[in-house]
Design a protein around this ligand. Structure first.
Ligand code: BGC
Length: 764
């Protein structure tokens, strides 16, 4: 086990250096409804934090400042050992400064919980949330906050005060192997959900790190590819998602990505770091590098990197002795070193990490935390199709056969540095790849067992699906067949837009044998479903987390009424993608250029602009009840915003949650796509009940970014605001006329239009 894990870790490293992975593997805009982390108390604390950080820096020697900007990997690596004081088996460590009482920084991955690095023999067994994409599918910022709070509490109890969590790279390609770590394709939804998670994490007085800034939208060639995009389009898409997440969650840190953006590596990219992030976004915290993403000392320091992470992952200890030498040579000003140290300290002070020391080994209430994960999964599961109202399972369904997906043992998880080891261990150990980018992990939460517990009168059998003939024979005998389809994915790889192996053929065969076939999917993102027309029921369960089996069973049986909606477009085939052939080869080291010529027309905006018919559109999700949407009205608000008022009503027989989605379209075709999501609200409704909702539309969602004028421009004229159940199911609309308006590039909610000019880089 230990040797295997070491080899696994070696793979990861060899990958980075020599690109040998393949060979080695032979072994809501509803601000009114949602919690936000940026409370007034924090805002008050932030002012104090700035002053305290400046004061501490004024007392530091140059060596002490430099110590704050250089991080170590916290696990053994190629015979090299981390320094004393690390939480062994975790991602990183930055020593403290005892003379001044400055806490060490203990860093752990990631967005679904406290992870353990693959090379560590001893695993921290912690509670995993559903995947990031699953949480985005809840369209529920409050749940995202609670999930963030839960995993942050486990981080604190495990002795960590920095959590490398808050992935918000947009899905530009369903084949990106890390889509499961992110928040989907829409800047508003992703920024709202991930920002809420960040706020929840930091409510434990620890730092959260939003990542991977920016345009780390494919894993192939992640360490060498150059993401090319029109800067204005980036501001309206990927960077807007980061901006919303940062404004909402106020993270202490941002992790710059491996890839290049418009020619410069993300961790030495003046435009991304100094001008946009620290300038226009007014980000006060520190930029930490991804592990092995630094390529220079002077360029990185001057262009905005504040902390090198994970030594010895990089070729050189760029922010160690070389940075000191660069200061001595006058290549990097002292003021910039002060700025770096001040930013790190600001994060520690403003979050409370400095004042609330973490201790390793505090008790964890695993039962309560599992309930948080389960609640997230239950609202994340998307009922894509339910012909003939086959679900929920009724009492007359007596013989059920469950087929495939290891559903007798557990539920699938995504792998890589974010992988959380569950209590009880891997339910299906030994599947390839067992080393990096594996292991393939199934959490011990069996959907079959959970179903048996709920449907005591039914006879529920399981066949593994390895023998399609046996599966077909069992399906013929059953009232209902439920096939579990899986797509495993991990960091450092991309995956085909399909279920793994021969599962498509298995589903076709089972559906042919029994027309009452339901398919439950556990996938990274959307997959092609060549059998979709021939099965009456499809349920997308994503990677549903530690209690996923129970959540799936609760939805199948109707104990939970599904309320998830797609946070991404499910394409009919790869031919519909902006790049039907995935760029690059098969290694994360590949060097090539990706031309994101679709610009800000990401996901539904792309299919809408090109009149394509997706398999299931962005925002889609069914319920066991029905809802009426509307009426809707809208009126112009302050600073170019628009207040939208609408009503949702439960017209069916069951309690359920509706997601009202508001899309805007300009009368004149000045946008990248026919419509944009500009607001949403999820409401819980008893049968017959209706609720009125107000949503304030952020003016940046009604604007286009003008790079030359460095401003958001709202064109004067008429706008249609449509309310519906998905991007392709708009039920009613209203019109509003807006005066033309320019907002400065650094505008954010609450900032007057005539704000001060943005500051770049160094901050006093
Ligand atoms: C990943 C990051 C992660 C870091 C530390 C990198 O390879 O890209 O997301 O936080 O490793 O484990």
């Amino acid at each position: 086990m230990w040797v295997g894990d070491l080899i696994a870790w070696g793979d990861r490293v060899m990958d980075r250096k020599f690109g040998l992975r393949a060979a080695l593997l032979i072994a809501c805009a509803s601000a009114a409804l949602a919690p936000t982390a940026a409370t007034s108390a924090q805002a008050a604390g932030a002012a104090t934090a700035e002053q305290r950080a400046a004061d501490a820096v004024s007392k530091m020697t140059l060596d002490e400042k430099l110590q704050l900007v250089f991080g170590y990997f916290a696990t053994d690596w190629q015979g090299k050992h981390p320094p004393a004081g690390v939480r062994y088996g975790s991602a990183g460590y930055v020593p403290g400064i005892p003379r001044l009482g400055i806490t060490p920084q203990w860093e752990t991955d990631a967005g679904v919980g406290v992870a353990t690095q693959g090379a560590a023999q001893q695993k921290r067994e912690r509670t995993a949330l559903p995947s990031g994409l699953a949480t985005a599918a809840t369209w529920n910022p409050e749940l995202a906050f609670k999930g963030g709070h839960m995993i942050g509490s486990e981080a604190r109890a495990s002795g960590f005060n920095v959590m490398l969590a808050g992935g918000v790279d947009l899905e530009r390609d369903p084949r990106n192997g890390r889509n499961f770590e992110y928040g989907g394709e829409d800047p508003l939804l992703a920024g709202t959900i991930v920002g809420s998670e960040i706020g929840g994490i930091q409510s434990n007085h620890i730092v959260s790190t939003t990542k991977h800034y920016a345009l780390n939208d494919l894993e192939t060639g992640r360490k060498g590819h150059d993401a090319r995009i029109d800067p204005a389009a980036a501001r309206m898409s990927d960077l807007l998602a980061f901006q919303f997440a940062i404004e909402r969650g106020n993270p202490g840190s941002v992790m710059c990505a491996y890839n290049k953006v418009n020619g410069d590596f993300a961790c030495e990219n003046d435009w991304l770091l100094n001008r946009v992030l620290k300038g226009d976004f007014d980000f006060r915290g520190y930029v930490m590098s991804d592990w092995g993403a630094v390529h220079s000392t002077v360029k990185a320091a001057l262009n905005g990197l504040d902390q090198q992470s994970g030594w010895p992952f990089d070729e050189q200890p760029y922010f160690g002795a070389p940075l000191k030498a660069a200061v001595a040579a006058g290549q990097v000003p002292q003021a910039r070193i002060d700025d770096m140290a001040r930013r790190v300290l600001w994060a520690l002070y403003s979050t409370g990490a400095q004042d609330n020391p973490v201790t390793e080994g505090a008790p964890i209430d695993f039962a309560a935390n599992e309930a948080v994960s389960q609640a997230d999964a239950e609202q994340a599961i998307v009922l894509l199709k339910n012909d003939g109202n086959l679900l929920p399972l009724g009492p007359n369904v007596r013989r059920i056969v469950v087929i495939g997906g290891h559903a007798d043992k557990g539920v699938l998880a995504g792998s890589g540095s974010s992988l959380v080891y569950p209590r009880g261990g891997n339910a299906v150990a030994g599947l390839e790849p067992t080393g990096w980018p594996g292991p393939v992990m199934y959490y011990p939460s069996s959907p079959v067992e959970a179903l048996r517990a709920l449907a005591a009168n039914a006879n529920i059998s399981f066949v593994d699906g390895n023998d399609p003939a046996a599966a077909v024979a069992a399906a013929r005998q059953a009232d209902l067949a439920i096939v579990f389809g899986t797509q495993w994915s991990s960091e450092s790889i991309d995956v085909p837009m399909k279920l793994d192996g021969n599962q498509d053929a298995l589903i076709e065969a089972v559906a042919a044998a029994n027309p009452r076939t339901a398919v439950v999917l556990e996938t990274n993102a959307g997959v092609a479903m060549p059998w979709a027309a021939r099965v009456p029921v499809i349920l997308e369960a994503w990677y549903p987390g530690r209690a996923g089996g129970k959540a799936i069973a609760n939805v199948l049986t109707g104990r939970v009424n599904p309320s998830g909606h797609l946070p991404v477009t499910f394409y009919a085939s790869e031919a519909q993608l902006p790049r039907p052939a995935r760029p690059g080869g098969n290694s994360e080291m590949d060097q090539f250029t990706i031309d994101y010529s679709e610009g800000a027309a990401v996901g539904y905006k792309w299919v809408d602009r090109n009149n394509l018919q997706p398999l299931f559109p962005f925002g889609h999700g069914l319920s066991y009840t029905s809802f009426a949407y509307g009426p809707i009205s809208a009126s112009p608000g302050a600073n170019g915003s628009v207040r939208v008022h609408f009503t949702l009503r439960n017209t069916g027989q069951r309690r359920g949650m509706a997601v009202g989605q508001v899309y805007a379209s300009p009368a004149a075709g000045t946008w990248e796509a026919p419509r944009r999501l500009v607001g949403f609200a999820k409401v819980d409704l008893a049968p017959g009940q209706s609720k009125a909702v107000d949503v304030d539309v952020d003016p940046r969602l009604l604007a286009t970014f003008d790079e030359r004028a460095h401003a958001w421009r709202i064109a004067p004229g008429g706008y249609t605001l449509s309310l519906g159940a998905s991007s392709r199911d708009l039920r009613t609309n209203t019109n509003v006329t807006l005066p033309g308006l320019n907002l400065p590039a650094n505008w954010r909610p609450g900032r007057p239009i005539a704000g001060p000019a943005p500051t770049h880089g160094e901050r006093g």
